[in-house]
Design a protein around this ligand. Sequence first.
Ligand SMILES: Cc1cc2nc3c(=O)[nH]c(=O)nc-3n(C[C@H](O)[C@H](O)[C@H](O)COP(=O)(O)OP(=O)(O)OC[C@H]3O[C@@H](n4cnc5c(N)ncnc54)[C@H](O)[C@@H]3O)c2cc1C
Length: 392
Amino acid sequence: MGGGIAGVTAARRLRALAPKAEILIFEQEPQLYYLRPGLIDLLAGEKKPAELTPFDRNWYESHGISFRPSAQVVELDPGRHTLTLSGGEKMSYAGLILATGADAFRPPVPGASLPGTLTLRSLQDALEIRERAQGARAALVLGGGWLGLETARALRAWKLEVTVVERAPWLLPRQLDRAGGEVLATQLNKLGIEVITGTSCQELRGDGEVREAILTGGRRLPVQLVVIAAGIRPRLGLARQAGLAVNRGVVVDDWLATSAEGVYACGDVAEWQGKVFGIVPAAREQGQIAAANVVEPGSARYRGTVVKNRLKVAGVELVCLGDTQPEGGPGEEHRYASPQEGVYRKLVLRGGKLVGAIVMGDLSGLGEVERLISAGEEVGGELKRLLTGRLG
Ligand SMILES: Cc1cc2nc3c(=O)[nH]c(=O)nc-3n(C[C@H](O)[C@H](O)[C@H](O)COP(=O)(O)OP(=O)(O)OC[C@H]3O[C@@H](n4cnc5c(N)ncnc54)[C@H](O)[C@@H]3O)c2cc1C
């Protein structure tokens, strides 16, 4: 259940592996599956909702997959192999895949419930932010991670004054190191996005609607729109109610099995080896593996997903791959920087093998860097060339 990328990928794989199985997807949102990353383009006014929907009703019918929108699962009984929908309808299942994703996290900032303070997770959220952006002069984005920066880029498309506030000392603190974060902030400034790091929002104020943000240190920003991009929280309600083992996410083993027999979990809701990936490639890979194990338990093993983040904020190209050691670590670090050109590169090696990379500004040679990380081959004499991106 859950009609996002993990759920739909799992359903497609199930169909391929078990041509006669009855497959149902329960989705609480009112529309068919859509591409969540595309919400940024929708927010920027570059795409319409229909362009984010890869499969129409006919597609589901012709693939023998029943996609039920506006169908929220409210109860799960793994012992009896049943689930209950919000309307009271009860159904039994032979195998179940929990793919209910995550909610956007709302930190407890006083005033964060004022109208005009929003998070971005669903189509509905994106439409609401877009509507507000059209009547606003200034927007504040709380959080300088990928989603916060992509949101800032999209809001700039509406000619708003956009400020990004990040609590950590630099942008993208989970992927970039300080030097890379500073190069990125300079590039964003050039695009008219103000970046304030090492600062958080103390309070949001307004008379009925959000009008002002008070930052630590006392700075006051007049705003008509605030978007909070402070990370995700896996949706654990159903799993808890059903008595499944949960930690940050629903705990799964290498076969993506939960603690309840016949129940698998994948995507943003799942926690594997202490990790909640929160990215599309992991949701996709896990969806495939969970489906294979529903059909034949123990047939497919998950070994993790190489984390690859790609960002393009109006001209700033940035790719982070694998373990980038934002705050240092056991790997050997090699850097190349040309801040005036907005170029920054960092390679992380362990035992002579490339395990992570930051490539910003100039993506030449990226394919080779990616290949070496995936293949786990020794880098050898190629290091200098990989570092500068220059061939020869
Ligand atoms: C704006 C935005 C941009 C992003 N951009 C990128 C990107 O560029 N690259 C990248 O790798 N990742 C990106 N991500 C993250 C990516 O979208 C997620 O990792 C991915 O969507 C996870 O898929 P999922 O199927 O696990 O969860 P979701 O996409 O959250 O889908 C879960 C679905 O389950 C439904 N559901 C929940 N509870 C129930 C219930 N009880 N009953 C029925 N249905 C339920 C939800 O309504 C939801 O549709 C982005 C996220 C956002 C919000």
